[in-house]
Design a protein around this ligand. Structure first.
Ligand code: AKB
Length: 315
C-alpha cells in the first residue's frame, strides 16, 4: 500500500489524479497539497495541506507528518506562461522540483514528475520522435523539462531515489481547465463547440501535436509507478502519446457529433512558434516495452466522451 503526497494537487492533472489515487489506495493515503485551498473534491474530500513548493521546510515537514512513501510532484508553470515569465518559471519549475526531489531523498520516497513533449526542440526529429534523441528546446518550459529529466536521473544514480517520469503530450479533460499551455486549444475547442458551435483557434491549421485523454494519462502514471523497477531501462522520462492531430482534424471529429461545427483561425504567434518547435508525433515504444504502456482513447472516442461530459457539466 502506498502513502502518497501530491504537489499541485488542484491543478489540471492533480485534481483528477488525487481522486483516482484515493479510489485505489484509500482516501487517507493520498495527501493533496497546493499553494491555496479551493472547494474541489481533491481539496475537500481527504487530507489536504497548503504547501508552497518553493518552501523546502514545509514540504519536508508535511511529508514527515504523513509518513509518505511516494511523492508526485505536479506543481509547475506550463509552456505559454513560462514563456511570458521566464525567470519566475525557472524559479518555480526548477526550485520546486529540486525541493521535491530533496524531500523524496530525505524521507526515502518513490518519486514521479511529468516531463513533456516540450522537452524537444526544433532540431529534434519531428515524426515518430525517438525516446533517445536530440533535445535542444527553445522555450523556458522546455529548458526546465530537460533539466528536470536530468536532475531526476541524477537523484536516481547518485542517491538511489526511485525517480520515474513521463513526457506527456497535450492532456485533454473536461474536469479542471489547463492554464497557460500551448496545447490548450484542444481543450477550449470542446467547450466552445458545446457552448457556441464554433471555435477560433490560436494554433494554425496543419500544426500537428501529440495529445492524450486524461483517463489514459492517469492510468499511465499509475502503471509506471507500479512497474517492476528491474524492467526500467529508462526512467526520466518516457515518451507517451495516444494521438496526433492538427486543428482541422479535431474540428472534423467534433463535427461528427455537433453537425455544423465551424473552426476559424486567429493565430497567436507566441504559441504557434512554441507548437512548431515541438514534434508532430512521438514514438512510445520504450514505454510499451518497459512497462506495458497502453491507451484506450483515440480522437473520435475522446471527442464523443468529451462532448457528452461537457453537455452534462454545462447544462
Ligand atoms: C503545454 O502545452 O504547455 C503542456 C505540455 C504539452 O506540456 N500541455
Amino acid at each position: 500500500m502506498k502513502r502518497i503526497m501530491i504537489t499541485g494537487a488542484l491543478g489540471q492533472i492533480g485534481s483528477e489524479l488525487t481522486l483516482k489515487l484515493r479510489e485505489i489506495y484509500g482516501t487517507d493515503n493520498v495527501i493533496a497539497t497546493d499553494i491555496k485551498k479551493n472547494d474541489s473534491e481533491a481539496a475537500q474530500g481527504g487530507p489536504f495541506e497548503i504547501v508552497d513548493v518553493t518552501d523546502l521546510k514545509t514540504m519536508v515537514e508535511t511529508a514527515k507528518k504523513y509518513k509518505v512513501d511516494t511523492i508526485m510532484h505536479l506543481a509547475a508553470l506550463l509552456s505559454a506562461t513560462a514563456e511570458a515569465k521566464p525567470v519566475f518559471a525557472w524559479n518555480l519549475n526548477m526550485g520546486g522540483l529540486m525541493n521535491a526531489l530533496e524531500t523524496a531523498r530525505e524521507v526515502n520516497a518513490q518519486f514521479f514528475t511529468p516531463s513533456s513533449i516540450g522537452a524537444f526542440g526544433p532540431s529534434t526529429p519531428k515524426d515518430n520522435t525517438p525516446q533517445d534523441t536530440i533535445m535542444r528546446p527553445t522555450t523556458m518550459y522546455g529548458v526546465n523539462k530537460v533539466a528536470g529529466e536530468l536532475l531526476a536521473d541524477y537523484y536516481f544514480h547518485k542517491f538511489g531515489v526511485d525517480t520515474r517520469g513521463l513526457r506527456f503530450p497535450g492532456l485533454i479533460s473536461y474536469v479542471a481547465p489547463p492554464g497557460g499551455g500551448t496545447t490548450d486549444y484542444a481543450v477550449e475547442i470542446y467547450y466552445e463547440a458545446v457552448k457556441n458551435g464554433r471555435y477560433t483557434s490560436y494554433i494554425d491549421k496543419g500544426t500537428y501535436m501529440d495529445m492524450m485523454y486524461m483517463p489514459d494519462a492517469l492510468k499511465a502514471i499509475i502503471d509506471l509507478m507500479e512497474a517492476d523497477p528491474a524492467k526500467l531501462v529508462h526512467r526520466n522520462s518516457f515518451n507517451v502519446s495516444a494521438m496526433s492531430f492538427d486543428p482541422e482534424e479535431i474540428a472534423a471529429s467534433i463535427a461528427k457529433y455537433i453537425p455544423g461545427f465551424k473552426i476559424s483561425y486567429n493565430v497567436d504567434p507566441v504559441r504557434q512558434q512554441i507548437a512548431e518547435s515541438w514534434p508532430n508525433s512521438i514514438d512510445s515504444t520504450a514505454a510499451k516495452e518497459e512497462w506495458g504502456f497502453s491507451y484506450d482513447y483515440d480522437l473520435d472516442k475522446m471527442t464523443k466522451d468529451m462532448i457528452e461530459k461537457l453537455r452534462q457539466k454545462l447544462e
